[in-house]
Design a protein around this ligand. Structure first.
Ligand code: ITT
Ligand code: NA
Length: 184
């Protein structure tokens, strides 16, 4: 089986592949624009996205909507993470966090799979915003996010190390387990 991952982000696809190879499912990147609505919850954005795309795509597919939520900024950038990454960037976030003692933050990931109905799988990881960027792996905010209990940022980890603890890794494991049961 081939399974389309609707995303502009090749880093997400790399993270997803290893969960599906053991199931004999080949995940491939399909770039298709879809409206990302202004909503308070990642779930709403993801569901709107799959339902909109389901009118254009014949085969089973999924997408992932993620966000970084910083405690001291009341959850900002949250659902605005993609826009904030493109505009303020990592340096802009570090500037907002200058002299802020509470560095706590978390990532959330919502995967929406469409097989005629929408199925949601979610994951979360708690951590801290570092005071400077570290590492060259991963993508997005990885150089400034250090998961709790680890000495490394996500950008200093291999894909396998990041997957073990990350928001997306957790959502992908739940999705892959569900798919295994439902492909029988
Ligand atoms: P899509 O085409 O799949 O939407 P995107 O990169 O825009 O790709 P999101 O909207 O889900 O993805 O992500 C919001 C922002 O959060 C975006 O700038 C990402 O780079 C960043 N982000 C998402 N997951 C991340 C992760 O695992 N590590 C670091 N940054 C992440
Ligand atoms: Na996005």
């Amino acid at each position: 089986m081939r399974l389309a991952f609707i995303t502009s982000n090749p880093g997400k696809v790399e993270e997803a592949r290893k969960y599906f190879e053991p199931l004999g499912v080949e995940v491939y990147q399909l770039r298709m624009e879809y409206p990302e609505i202004q909503a308070d919850a990642l779930e709403d954005v993801a569901i709107f996205g799959v339902e909109w795309l389901s009118r254009k795509i014949e085969e089973p597919f999924f997408l992932d909507d993620s966000g970084l939520f910083i405690d001291a900024l009341d959850g900002f950038p949250g659902v605005y993470s993609a826009y904030v990454y493109r505009t303020l960037g990592i340096e802009g976030i570090l500037k907002l966090m200058r002299d802020v003692a509470n560095r706590r933050a978390h990532f959330r990931s919502v995967i929406a799979y469409w097989d005629g109905d929408a199925h949601l799988f979610t994951g979360r990881v708690d951590g801290e915003i570092t005071t400077s960027p570290r590492g060259s792996g991963g993508f997005g905010f990885d150089p400034i996010f250090k998961p709790l209990g680890f000495g490394k940022t996500f950008a200093e980890m291999t894909t396998d190390e990041k997957n073990l603890v990350s928001h997306r890794g957790r959502a992908l494991r739940a999705f892959a387990e569900w798919l295994k049961e439902n492909l029988k």
